[in-house]
Design a protein around this ligand. Sequence first.
Ligand code: ADP
Ligand code: MG
Length: 316
Amino acid sequence: MPGEFELIRRYFTPPLSSLPAAVLTGVGDDCAVLRLPPACDLALSVDTQVAGVHFHHDAEPALIASRALRCAASDLVATGAEPLGFTLALTLPAADEGWLQAFADGLQQTAAQLHCPLVGGDTTRGPLTISVQVHGSIPYDKALRRSGARAGDQVWVSGTLGDGAAALAVMEHRLLVTDEVRGYLLQRFYRPDIDFALGVHLRQLASSAIDVSDGLVADLGHICQASGVGARIRLDALPVSPLWRQVAGEQQALSWTLGGGDDYRLCFTMPARQVATLQGWPGLACIGHIVEGQGVSVVDADGVSCDTEHHSYRHF
Ligand code: ADP
Ligand code: MG
């Protein structure tokens, strides 16, 4: 069984040739040192996943790694930042070489896909827990925030909602689906889309942004609170995957779409005069608009208001 330093060397030291020039010092020194592009601010965010809470103990290690890095990177997208690198704080019950190799391979593959290299970390023994801290750069004062939404702005999301909650239901045998649908949902759960280019595009155009991790109503609610406005969402405009909608039933689909977590879509607001710039971005949907007042209200196709007491994920 490898010791701590052999373990780090073997599994968590990316080949030097794979590192971008901006990584001046990576794994193996006291600090990672990254060169920020000129005139850029540093954006950073940390995300922790605990076995048995955020993923199943027996999930494939490569999928756990993919999800850990993608969920953390989702915050960079919501800020309009571009990735510089990430650090990994890994707590392991044991140094199981098979598990570590699969985890490290999955992590390396995801890091390459996202152009976000592993630059350092910490390794300890304990219940399986994975913390990923992502670092990104953003030109001075261009960061997207939650606080800029104004009455009249349109509300957009970057793709289907409710897939995360449906995936969880499938994994917990609460929803029975075909293998094809199962494959789609597990993909959405473990490999949420991370589109840095969309965040970058929105820098100059969106008035606010957030990633949907706790559920649409909850996360759009954060935008409303930070911006001092309300939002009105149209039920018939919500993008829901036809792959599971029927199987789940209309009420369940609604509840997962409005209140389910783990979607890692981007939700943003934009003044109507800017929305022509969204042409050509696949999957985007306008789901409502910002109003004066507070809170998120939901109306059906006839404009009749619906109950929004849908549960969102809360840790405590
Ligand atoms: P220190 O005691 O100076 O904090 P450590 O002994 O914890 O350093 O780690 C040695 C080196 O290995 C450091 O460069 C650290 O960033 C890196 N490292 C430790 N654990 C991991 C990990 N799980 N993934 C990537 N790098 C790691
Ligand atoms: Mg040190």
